[in-house]
Design a protein around this ligand. Structure first.
Ligand code: UD1
Length: 418
């Protein structure tokens, strides 16, 4: 168990570079299986979720090593088809290895990802799309086995624009001769990043970022050397901006992609921050006290991201007025609410709705991170609180933030590991 201690009430000020996107690098790591060669992932973030993905790749027979901040993945030696239950439980998104294993090996044996800290998180959309393309699923106890009986390029209409299902379909479709069209595909920037990597491998994929993605499958997989640098992390970027806003500070982000963050930047402006964008730099000047945002509703991209919702919940905890939040993606995404209430905010939660009455008097408390972004929200609240906030189970925060303590210290926060 690891703990992060925050001594609050310091105005943050400084300039930092944004880490590479966790949700960008994980599907690319899964996609490396499609290549019987070597992929160099530049500026690969050192996250515990990346460590889990490396263990998955090694378990499948790949050779993986770091050279500075590049991750070198040699997938020429891959022969395995199984991902252990232990690894699947550590990271539910290991399910995105399904598509590339089916494409390369014709088979995948994974453990039912089941529920996670955010809620049920079913994979029915993944399964029904892959079945339509020719995969056959059987399950026994916790294990799902999936075998390719045919490889049929086809048109798939998703009932919801699921990020993971869109990725799994793209990964399998490259091995199906002909054109696969995904209608109502996820439009997140990480999907476009995956498209870029697949095209660098020699596949022909277009449309990512729009609701229709077209994959021209070749029926054969490459053996090549490719370098890829995934996009910056828009949720980590949102975290540092919220840290500036919650402390009335000034934060400059370098190497950001403001075009991926419109809904986040609009929400920060609504809460009284001034935002200046110049190329890949974003500067935030926080107000003396944030204003309540009238209503925040999470939605698929380009809507307000569910992963940033906890961060803005923390901002609402100090804002002037009442903020309403509707969480439409995951049913258990207010786990930090009771901790924020103990710190002094007015928090009312009913199902997928929350109302937050901000206070100028948050006080530090021992709190417990229940999930990655909820944990980050508690750290943010600690930055604004009087006294010490001790965030337990901080290892959950390390799933998605590279050196969170160092980054906040660079901005002048008083924060350390216990
Ligand atoms: C990805 C992100 C996660 C983010 C989420 C939504 C990664 C590694 N994770 O997760 O950080 O919060 O997108 O932006 O990229 N659903 C179904 N059936 C399915 C699949 C999904 O009902 O088969 C539902 C989910 O329960 C959820 C919604 O669809 O309500 C969106 O989920 P999805 O986009 O699939 O999220 P993930 O890919 O799991």
């Amino acid at each position: 168990m690891s703990r992060i201690v925050v001594e609050g009430r310091r105005r943050l000020e400084g300039s930092i570079s944004v880490q590479t996107a966790k949700n960008g690098v994980l599907p690319v790591l899964a996609a490396t299986i499609l290549n019987s060669g070597v992929t160099v992932i530049e500026k690969c973030p050192k996250l515990t979720d990346v460590d889990v993905a490396i263990s998955v790749l090694e378990g499948l027979g790949c050779r993986v090593h770091w050279e500075g901040d590049s991750l070198i993945v040699d997938t020429s030696t891959a022969t395995g088809t199984a991902i252990s239950c232990e690894l699947m439980h550590k990271m539910r998104s290991s399910v995105i290895f399904l598509g590339s294993l089916l494409a390369r090996m014709g088979r995948a044996d994974i453990c039912l990802p089941g529920g996670c800290e955010l809620g049920a998180r079913p994979i029915d959309i993944h399964v029904s799309a892959l079945e339509k393309m020719g995969a056959k699923f059987t399950s026994e106890d916790e294990i799902i086995s999936c075998v390719v009986t045919r490889r049929t390029a086809c048109e798939l209409v998703l009932p919801k624009p699921s990020v993971g299902a869109t990725e799994n379909i793209m990964l399998f479709a490259v091995s199906c001769k002909g054109t696969t069209r995904i209608i109502n595909a996820a439009k997140e920037p990480e999907i476009a990043d995956l498209q870029d990597y697949l095209n660098a491998l020699g596949f022909r994929v277009k449309g990512a970022g729009s609701p229709v993605i077209e994959i021209q499958g070749k029926g054969e997989l490459p053996a090549t050397y490719v370098r890829h640098r995934p996009i910056p992390d828009r949720i980590a970027a949102a975290t540092w901006l919220c840290a500036g806003a919650i402390t009335g500070g000034t934060v400059e982000l370098r190497s950001a992609r403001p075009e991926h963050m419109k809904a986040i930047l609009d929400a920060l402006k609504e809460s009284g921050s001034s935002i200046y964008v110049q190329g890949d730099r974003i500067t935030l000047i926080g107000p003396p006290r944030p204003k309540a945002i009238r209503r925040l509703t999470t939605a698929p991209f380009p809507g307000f991201p569910t992963d940033a919702q906890p961060l803005f919940f923390a901002l609402a905890a100090v804002a002037d007025g009442r903020t309403f939040i509707e969480e439409t993606m995951f049913e258990n995404r207010f786990s930090f609410g009771p901790d924020l209430a103990r710190m002094g905010a007015g928090v009312f939660i009913r199902g997928k709705f929350a109302a937050i009455d901000g206070t100028t008097k948050l006080t530090g408390q021992p709190v417990v991170a229940k999930d990655l972004r909820g944990g980050a929200a508690l750290v943010l609240a600690g930055l604004a609180a009087e006294g010490q906030t001790i965030v337990d189970q901080a290892e959950l925060i390390d799933r998605g933030y590279e050196h969170i303590v160092n980054t906040l210290s660079l901005l002048g926060a008083s924060v350390w590991r216990d």
